[in-house]
Every structure is written in C-alpha cells, then in structure tokens.
Design a protein around this ligand. Sequence first.
Ligand SMILES: Nc1ncnc2c1ncn2[C@@H]1O[C@H](COP(=O)(O)OP(=O)(O)OP(=O)(O)O)[C@@H](O)[C@H]1O
Length: 266
Amino acid sequence: MTAVPSTEATSAVLEVARLTLDYDIEHGAVRAVENVSFTVGKSERLVLLGPSGCGKSSILKAIAGFIKPTQGHVLIDRRPVKKPGPDRLVVFQEFDQLLPWKTVRENVAFPLKVARGKSSAEARDIADDALAKVGLARALNAYPHTLSGGMKQRAAIARALAAAPEVLLMDEPFAALDALTRVNLQNDLLQLADELKFTLVFVTHSIEEAVLVGTKLHLLSTHPGRTIATFETGAFGRDSLGTPEFRDIVKDINDALFVRAAGIAA
Ligand SMILES: Nc1ncnc2c1ncn2[C@@H]1O[C@H](COP(=O)(O)OP(=O)(O)OP(=O)(O)O)[C@@H](O)[C@H]1O
C-alpha cells in the first residue's frame, strides 16, 4: 500500500476526501453520496447525521472497504482503503452479528486469533477484559441466542474494541434497542471512550444521540448525501441534557437539517 499526501491535517487518523459513491443498478447507477469530505483525528468521535437514504451507511461501508468510491478517496493513517481490514471494525444495528455456535467469549476471541495472530490464551485474556469492560463478565460462556438485544450489542462492541482498530465504525448500533437500554449503552460507550480514547465514526438518525455521542457532527442532505454543515459538540455530555445550551444546539442542528436543507433543495 502506498502512502498518499494528505490534503488535510496530517494528524488525521481518517480522511474522507471528495467522496462520491454510486451503486450499479439494472439500468445505470444510483448516486448515494456526492463530494463529501471530512477528517477524524485520534480519539475524536465523528457522527454522520442525516435523513433516511442520505448515504450514511454507504459512507461507513466505503470507510470499511466494502464498497469503492466512484470519485474521491478514503485514507486511514494516510493510506488508501482498498479492502476491509482489522484496522476498521464495524458494529451494526442488527442483533445477529455474533456467530451463534460460539460462546460470547469465543466470539470475541476468535477474530483476535484469526486476524491478529494472537495465541488462544492471549485472545481469551483480551476477550475477557473487553467483555468485563462492557459489563458482560458473567456472560462469557453464554451462547448468543440466550442474550438480550442489549447484551448482544455489548458483545459486538467488546468484539470490536478487543481488536483495537484504528477506527471503530458504528452504524446505528442502538437504534433497535428499547429507550432505557439505549440510554445505558450510550452512557457506557461514552465511559469507554473516556477510558480507551478510541477513534469513532458513528451513524445515527437521532439528533440528541448525535450531540451526546459525537465530538463533531457532519450533517448530510437528503439523497444523494451532500455536506450541509458541521458542528463541534465535544462540550456536550449526559449532564447537558435539558440545559438551554443543549436545547439550542439541537434546534440549530434541526434547522440546518430541515430548514436550510429545504432552502438548498428549493
Ligand atoms: N446495494 C444498493 N444498491 C442500490 N442502491 C443502494 C444500495 N444500498 C444503498 N442504496 C441507495 O443508496 C442511497 C443511500 O443509502 P444508505 O443506506 O447509505 O443511506 P442511509 O442514510 O444509511 O439510510 P438509512 O438511514 O435509512 O439507513 C439510498 O438511496 C439507497 O436506496
């Protein structure tokens, strides 16, 4: 792999530059994303926020290496992404991300052995540590079908964190959870981010979740997704909920997404 000169800050772990994504369909192509650029520095948490179909998951897939850009590029540590790799792991919304025939511990340890070359003992120790961090120390030997949705998502997060990726990618990981579990997992994710300082790209529809989880937000227009605005939200946390500042930023983001975007479309 050849290193490419960065057009942005050289400290960026992830650089998405002028990214345009098309899907081939029967009679041509559908444009999902157009000319989107952003950078994510070490330990930053960038949230992609926008209406359904604006291309959030497609951008995540391009970062993960599942789809190739039509134009532009994705760089990790200044190296172009060409295919999936253990430096970029994805936590999806679906609860069935775990291998059903393996225990929770084996689900976390298995990729460490296969992709990271760890010995069985090392992989088990790392898995146990990661599972303890997400509150699953008591479920090491459980099989996925015996877990709640929230526990499955915790296990999927542990599996991703255990592999210590350069960038953790999360595609609406809490969207299918009940409200209480969602709040618990948001809190735990933020605590883990404080502790482990991982670099995150997080996709959501929820403005409140975006402000809570993200240190910066990248807002996309309706299909095909183009950049509308960016917001710095590192100052907001769970304590900010209900404060005038939190309400103001939620309103500003709402206006940018729906009022300004409607103006652009008109
Ligand atoms: N495999 C595919 N083939 C053709 N078109 C696709 C494919 N995947 C996505 N698209 C289209 O690309 C556009 C962006 O889809 P994408 O799933 O990235 O959006 P999204 O913002 O993540 O949506 P949602 O929030 O509803 O999950 C949509 O118009 C979608 O129909």
